[in-house]
Design a protein around this ligand. Structure first.
Ligand SMILES: Nc1nc2c(c(=O)[nH]1)N[C@H]1C(S)=C(S)[C@@H](COP(=O)(O)O)O[C@H]1N2
Ligand SMILES: [Mo]
Length: 372
């Protein structure tokens, strides 16, 4: 194990091979310790083992006991409903693999870097979520004709930008009643772990992570645009502070590569032995189908098409692979996905909050004739 910069690696810090002259703040490091990413070798599993799935918790993980827990459904409905966990589990159950990605994924690679949870590219995971569809529950409660949005409230409370609030997000009635939207109580066949939302969370396949409200305690129908902090202030594509910006919604296309070869301990630069290697990883695009993945081994000058596997699910990533005849030298590998709408990953992007950065991944690799 190397304990300093080993002489053959010249890159810094995040394994991207990109030099960052700036330093992370103490607050960013503290957030990174609370909110883990999926180690990229986790891309080898079609379903991410629960302990490797990324995690994002804005405030504290609430301590909630199953006994005594109730979900309240109210607002502009004909009949208010209150359900215990057992009553929710007794309803029809659906299990679905869903690729979830934090909207802040890639934030720490932006320059200048927006100060928040400092993700590189590892804020992803694909779990099998089990729950009951939301639409029939809303149907039983009877949405009043004037209701236009559904607000989902979590049990966790905190302060962000001087604003004291419960974690809350809304969806339009049309989005909330799509058949794939679930009230989930299990992840990979086991009850939700506390940090993933025990006892109940919302799963909205195709949308960025913030939509999947954890520790769900209430669902309310309203007749106006929800103005909560996590909806109206956070999760906006803004270029200047003060402008409203566009809301962050569906997951953009992205491909990532499972790290080839072996890592240098400190810089994470990859070391490979010369010869034929199969580069592989996974790609996803929210609600859209990934239609192509391209790989570059020369810093984006030329690209080759990767071979695609069948998607793991309608809302889950698909595997890709591409052979490379690696000759001794230093390389920057890159990978990018295209989806059914024709949208392709950009080389770079920036916005004020560091949202939806799907710029293509760059991986520094050193190929040697023989690994000593
Ligand atoms: N109640 C509540 N729900 C939440 C959050 C939160 O902080 N509180 N974080 C959101 C964000 S930003 C993301 S990316 C996902 C992460 O889900 P995971 O930790 O299970 O991966 O949960 C979302 N749901
Ligand atoms: Mo997130």
């Amino acid at each position: 194990m190397a304990h300093g910069h080993s002489s053959r690696f010249h890159t810094v810090g995040d394994g991207s091979g990109i030099e960052h002259s700036d330093r992370f703040t103490r607050e960013e490091v503290a957030l990174a310790l609370r909110n883990r990413g999926m180690p990229l070798e986790g891309l080898r599993y079609p379903i991410t083992p629960s302990g490797m799935h990324y995690l994002l918790v804005h405030f504290d993980i609430p301590h909630i006991e199953a006994k005594g827990y109730r979900l309240h459904i109210g607002g502009l409905v004909e009949r208010g409903v209150s359900l215990s966990l057992d009553e929710i589990k007794a309803r029809p159950a659906v299990t679905m693999p869903v690729t979830m990605e934090c909207a802040g994924n890639g934030r720490a690679l932006m320059a200048p870097r927006p100060i928040s949870q400092p993700w590189m590219v590892e804020a992803i995971g694909t779990a099998e979520w089990t729950g009951t569809p939301l639409a029939p529950i809303l149907d039983e409660a009877g949405l009043r004709p004037e209701s236009s949005e559904i607000v989902f409230t979590g049990a966790d409370r905190g302060v962000q930008d001087n604003n004291v609030h419960l974690y809350e997000r809304s969806l339009t009635v049309a989005e909330a009643t799509r058949e794939e939207v679930l009230l989930a109580y299990a992840m990979n066949g086991a009850p939700l772990e506390p940090q993933h939302g025990f006892p109940l969370r919302l799963i909205v396949p195709g949308w960025y992570g913030m939509t999947n409200v954890k520790w769900l305690t209430s669902i309310e129908a309203i007749d106006h645009e929800f103005g909560g902090f996590q909806q109206a202030e956070a999760y906006r594509y803004q270029t200047e502070s003060g402008e409203p910006g566009e809301p962050v919604t569906l997951i953009r296309p992205r491909a990532l590569m499972a790290p080839p070869g072996i890592p240098d301990f400190l810089t994470r630069t990859r070391l490979l032995e010369a010869g034929r290697v199969t580069l592989s990883g996974r790609a996803w695009a929210g609600r859209e189908q990934v239609t192509g993945v391209e790989v570059s081994t020369d810093g984006g000058k030329s690209w080759s098409e990767a071979v695609l596997e069948a998607p793991v699910g309608r809302f889950a990533w698909r595997g890709w692979s591409c052979d490379w005849d690696a000759k001794p030298g230093s390389y920057e590998l890159s990978v990018r996905a295209t989806c059914a709408t024709g949208a392709r990953q950009p080389d770079e992007m920036w916005n004020l909050q560091g949202m939806g950065n799907n710029a293509c991944q760059r991986i520094a690799v050193v190929v040697e004739e023989r690994l000593a």
